[in-house]
Design a binder for this molecule. Structure first.
Ligand code: MN
Length: 282
């Protein structure tokens, strides 16, 4: 069925590209289980509970024909979205149920700092690093999700390595306070996505202001996304992100499924390669 007797062109092309494999769907979400690494706040702060499944029925007396579980979880567990209401700077802003769906779909840009983070786990991205990227790839697009590749996803199955905590705190990469302010106030991005357990660097409690990525993004009606995987498979520009948190009423964040759509050029077939190699036939 269609209006005016015409098929919807955009959705049709989109679905065709998905079936042909010209558009690939990548899952950037970390599997969610009781083993998923989670933020460990130092005393006296109180931590959220980890994700846990509680079996209620499993084809037994409580439910002979079915299996179902209760889930127990903090909001900010696993791959999750930080809504503006999460932070003191955005406390009157949207909770996670109020985040407009339109803003959850947008261009993805990937900035790769895995080399620097491998040499220094406390590496922080500066404004100049992003400006250097913009000089090569163009300005950060309107509504972009800025994805920070640090290589940290390789530790996601080992919580100790992932959190990298010692006597002086946690040591994981992030962005500097000035970079956070600049992204929050001066760049038209929708949000910041990271591979680490939170959008701030591990030792960002010592920054001014503390946890500046949270402070300046949430304070400017922008979002955070954590524990992303597979960023290495994304191009620097040209991918599209689809972020799907649960609409928890009054929630400050939610575990989220995050997909990237990436264009794949098909491998040229032999016939096509011959055609491409042949003289133009005009
Ligand atoms: Mn969070």
């Amino acid at each position: 069925m269609s209006l005016n007797g015409t098929e919807p062109q955009l959705i049709g092309s989109f679905l065709e590209a998905l079936s042909s494999g010209a558009l690939e769907v990548l899952d950037l979400t970390a599997p969610l289980s009781s083993g998923t690494p989670s933020l460990k706040l130092p005393d006296p702060f109180v931590n959220l509970i980890d994700f846990r499944l509680e079996e209620v029925a499993a084809f037994n007396e409580p439910g002979p024909f079915w299996r179902h579980n209760n889930i127990h979880t903090g909001e900010h567990i696993g791959t999750h979205l930080d809504a503006p209401a999460h932070w003191i700077s955005g406390r009157d802003g949207d909770d996670v149920s109020q985040v407009p769906p339109r803003r959850l779909i947008g261009p993805a840009v990937v900035l790769d700092f895995s080399g620097q983070a491998a040499l220094d786990p406390d590496f922080t991205v500066e404004v100049a690093d992003i400006q250097a990227w913009e000089a090569e790839h163009g300005p950060l697009p309107d509504g972009a999700w800025l994805l920070l590749r640090t290589g940290w996803d390789k530790f996601a199955d080992d919580e100790a390595a992932f959190l990298n905590i010692d006597d002086t705190g946690s040591h994981t990469p992030g962005i500097s306070a000035e970079c956070a302010r600049w992204l929050g106030e001066e760049r038209p991005i929708t949000g910041l996505g990271v591979e680490t357990v939170g959008i701030d660097a591990g030792n960002a409690g010592t920054f001014d202001p503390p946890f500046p990525a949270h402070y300046y993004l949430m304070g400017n009606n922008k979002y955070g996304l954590t524990l992303l995987q597979n960023l290495a498979q994304l191009p620097p520009t040209g991918a599209m992100l689809i972020v799907a948190p649960l609409p928890i009423v009054g929630g400050t964040g939610s575990p989220a499924r995050v997909y990237a759509l990436v264009e794949r050029r098909p491998e040229p077939t032999e016939a096509l390669a011959e055609t491409l190699g042949a003289e133009p036939t005009l």
